[in-house]
Design a protein around this ligand. Structure first.
Ligand code: 5GP
Length: 191
């Protein structure tokens, strides 16, 4: 998606350890118009999948899951990363190791917000080693639903998440695909 690639080129900061910082439009300050365009693009890419619900993870997946849900006219739910007294009802919980925080989170979704038998689209901001996406996929499958697709804003194709998701048989779409962050430079995957 050219619009997103241009923003990454203009505002993305490459940090040590293969991390891209995009906090001026996605991870801290959020560009709502860009999120709307990304939602339209996700909706277009998964238009023929019969999506009935969207699952994402807090915090940065929420803005793009919201706009995708608006366009597809379906509900969306986000997995929480921390348990809370508000989450004392029956829940699906999966361990997910965070690439950026370097700690394991118990990601949690209340069962009542993931009915069985639905086609679910998983959305997230970044794909690195695939931990978050695979954790959400396990939750969808435990709920008795189907992962109809995985939509990622920015995938880092040089990490193993891309191949893990493809090998697991999921339909993966990334709006921007980064081949390398070497020498502090963003190089996109050739289309
Ligand atoms: P994975 O679970 O695929 O290993 O990593 C994806 C998760 O880690 C995303 O939800 C995102 O929050 C975070 N993440 C991974 N790599 C990056 C990165 O380069 N930049 C930012 N901002 N977040 C990242």
């Amino acid at each position: 998606m050219e619009l997103l690639e241009n923003r990454i080129k203009e505002e993305g900061l490459v940090l040590p350890g293969g991390v891209l910082k995009v906090d001026s439009f996605l991870n801290h300050q959020v560009d709502a118009k860009l999120m709307m365009e990304m939602g339209k693009e996700f909706a277009r890419l998964f238009a023929d999948k019969g999506i009935q619900r969207i699952l994402t993870i807090e915090a940065s997946g929420i803005s793009m899951a919201l706009t995708t849900a608006l366009v597809l006219n379906v509900p969306f739910v986000f997995a929480r990363k921390k348990a809370s007294v508000l989450m004392s009802e029956p829940a699906y919980v999966e361990d997910v190791y965070s690439f950026t925080k370097q700690e394991t989170a118990h990601i949690t979704v209340l069962k009542k917000f993931l009915p069985a038998g639905e086609k679910v689209l998983i959305i997230d901001d970044f794909l690195a080693n695939g931990e978050a996406a695979l954790g959400m996929a396990r939750i969808v499958e435990k709920a008795g639903s189907t992962v109809a697709g995985i939509g990622i804003a920015i995938e880092k194709a040089f990490q193993k998440g891309h191949s893990r998701l493809i090998e697991a048989g999921y339909h993966l779409e990334a709006l921007a695909s980064i081949a390398s962050l070497e020498d502090g430079k963003v190089t996109f995957t050739k289309k």
